[in-house]
Ligand binder design. Sequence first.
Ligand code: HEC
Length: 204
Amino acid sequence: MSNEKKSFWSKWTKAHDIETEEEILLDHNYDGIQELDNVLPPWWVTGFIITVIISIFYYIMIFQGHYKQEDELKAEIAEFQAYKKANPELFKENYDLPALTDAESLAAGKAIYTTNCAACHVADGGGLVGPNLTDNMWKHGGGMKNVFTTISDGVPNTAMRAWKSGGGALTAVQRQQVSSFVLSLQGTTPANPKAAEGSVKWPE
Ligand code: HEC
């Protein structure tokens, strides 16, 4: 080891020379185990002092309320809301989805319908609380876009809720599937059809 290196090393460890170790040997003896009275190594003491300084800074910032993670979160949410407001076109859900006609999607739509819609519209779409979905008269318009919109946004002040949000909400894909299934009921003959409602004819 070079002299220069040794001095740096010994400066940070303050290790006692092994040859003169007896000088710092404490005079108690625990079942043959003896102890050297080494000083705390400066590298350790420095680290300890740094943690003490950090803890003061930490105490002031965190426990005296200068910094709160919650505030940071709120600021980020506010920033996002402002961005969303400034760029509505980026966040508008696409209500112009194509009707799905493959068997798999229609089966998925039927399963969603049976679970969520049949109570009011009846399993075969004949209608009960809600209108008959098999005839070509609509209160809110027929065709994929209108049906998807009615299902997504619901009809305010009626039993028809918005299915895009709230508990048990359906994802866009699920709404696309169930809308496609509803359209597939067109022209079928339900067991107990409810009289046609609405004044919009679709399909003509
Ligand atoms: C709690 C009862 C209820 C449930 C559940 C319900 N609906 Fe409705 N739905 C209604 C009522 C009532 C209306 C008529 C609203 C009005 O008076 O405009 C309606 C209207 C509709 C319409 C518009 C019909 C038209 O003539 O324009 C569609 C489409 C529809 N529902 C589909 C669904 C689908 C799909 C589901 C399941 C995801 C569903 N509904 C679940 C009660 C319900």
